[in-house]
Design a binder for this molecule. Structure first.
Ligand code: SF4
Ligand code: SF4
Length: 443
């Protein structure tokens, strides 16, 4: 059952960056007094706002309807009254309309016993409709609506449904903790996904060196009777990237510009499968998520279950405040995350972590010129020359950067992490990609 394997390029993190936060049990965060709920929490088009100031909303009520071919439903995380609809900026610099809700009234779900919905006789179409209705999106980062990802045409065969248990960025441990505490529910979510996708194989890829995670998932797999192959992966970054995990588990290359489905794979992470479990078996929309609050500047790092729309400032309070002022605040992990400048920014479906980092942790040192050391090439899992592409972007030679593979960059951050000249390589890739993307839209 156990196979140790890995793709050829990436980075091993040193021992001091392997924070055992998965050992911290998930705690319920306080319900926010004011929730700020963006209508764009997913890939695609923002949801259409269904409420206006003064409206009363219930916990879990639909407040944003999926609009356009790629979009997702948005639900009220709390009962209360809509104070206003206003524009906010999300960490990626994207502007979104947000529904601001003052807490008030009765909770429909909180504190009530969950009833398990008998889902086994639902058709594939009914399961997909439920997943869409409850606003489930891939919680691994891309936030693509799950009902669309799972709507595979009859002409395409799914070879493998992969449960991606490799949460390999430092600090982040929400998925790892979910696997320890909610393993049977995640496996139920996988059964639902398998009924929709009818894959030939079910695979769980899980990293070594995370005590408790493997044991919990193995127990749940065995007691479920579901034929899931468990494959153990080396703890090597970016093992959790979709293209790398397909290479590792199936020995297939996802083509440039393609998707895992092009080589027969569908991948979902534990958080997404847990959301599917809640959507289908509990009929619960995505109104909360588990995330990690960590970093040297926060007093008590925690894994928290948090209502969508909770301001980041409330998480700081929840974790005992700061030990020192953070040098940098990052949403998601230190390798692929985005800097945050406003503590009023709310938690969204994509917030897997919030890191409050000290200057020691971000090794703040001055940027210098490229040393032509080649380290970025040695570690790039996509086989790119990040230093060269960065220079092309720096000189606005976007077409040449594209020819050199800019659009294949997975924004994994390995190159920036290893660069001794502290050149912001990933940020450069993001700028280059957005320029190429905008140009494509304009032309
Ligand atoms: S160029 Fe992109 S894919 Fe390659 S190491 Fe840098 S961020 Fe990762
Ligand atoms: S790692 Fe940094 S310094 Fe070395 S070649 Fe790449 S960009 Fe230049």
């Amino acid at each position: 059952m156990s196979i140790f394997t890995a793709f050829p390029k990436g980075v091993f993190f040193p021992r001091e960056m392997k924070f055992p936060y998965w050992e911290k049990p998930i705690e319920n965060s306080s319900v926010p007094v004011v929730s700020i709920v963006p209508l764009l929490q997913h890939a695609g088009v923002p949801a259409e706002c269904l409420v206006q100031p003064g409206d009363t909303v219930r916990e879990g009520m639909l407040i944003g309807r999926s609009s356009g071919s790629v979009s997702a439903q948005v639900h009220s995380p709390v009962p209360g009254t809509v104070r206003e609809i206003r524009d906010i900026y999300l960490p990626r610099g994207v502007k979104s309309s947000a529904v601001v809700i003052d807490l008030g009234g009765e909770f429909d779900r909180l504190g009530k016993k969950n009833r398990i919905y008998p889902w086994e006789n639902l058709s594939k179409a009914e399961l997909l409709a439920t997943i869409a209705d409850k606003g489930v999106v891939g919680l691994g980062g891309v936030l693509y609506p799950t009902h669309l990802k799972y709507s595979v045409s009859k002409s395409r065969k799914v070879e493998a449904l992969i449960l991606n248990g490799a949460e390999s960025e430092p600090y982040l441990s929400a998925d790892l903790r979910l696997m320890i505490e909610k393993a049977p529910e995640i496996i139920e979510g996988m059964r639902v996904a398998a009924k929709i996708l009818e894959p030939r194989r079910l695979i769980l890829g899980i990293e070594t060196g995370k005590p408790g995670v493997f044991e919990a998932m193995k127990r749940a797999v065995e007691s479920s009777g579901v034929p899931i192959e468990i494959i153990i992966l080396k703890s090597f970054y970016p093992q959790g990237d979709e293209k790398q995990i397909v290479k590792t588990l199936l020995d297939r290359e996802v083509p440039s510009g393609g998707q895992p489905l092009d080589v027969g794979a569908v991948i979902s992470n534990p958080g997404t499968l847990f959301s599917i479990y809640e959507a289908v078996l509990l009929q619960k929309p995505v109104i909360e998520r588990v995330l990690t609050v960590a970093g040297g500047a926060i007093r008590t790092p925690k894994n928290l279950k948090v209502r969508i729309g909770t301001p980041i400032s409330a998480l700081v309070e929840e974790c005992g405040g700061f030990l020192e002022l953070p040098e940098k605040i990052v949403i998601r992990g230190p390798m692929m995350g985005y800097s945050l400048y406003d503590l009023d920014t709310p938690v969204t479906k994509g917030t897997s972590g919030v890191l409050f980092l000290t200057s020691r942790e971000i090794k703040s040192s001055r940027r210098s010129n490229c040393l032509n050391c080649g380290r970025c090439i040695e570690c790039c899992p996509m086989g790119l020359d990040p230093g060269r592409i960065f220079k092309l972007i720096d000189h606005s030679e976007f077409d040449d950067a594209k020819k050199d593979g800019l659009m294949d960059c997975r924004e994994c951050g390995c190159c920036g992490y290893t660069c001794p000249a502290r050149i912001p390589l990933v940020q450069g890739m993001r700028v280059g990609k957005s320029f190429v993307g905008n140009k494509k839209v304009r032309s």
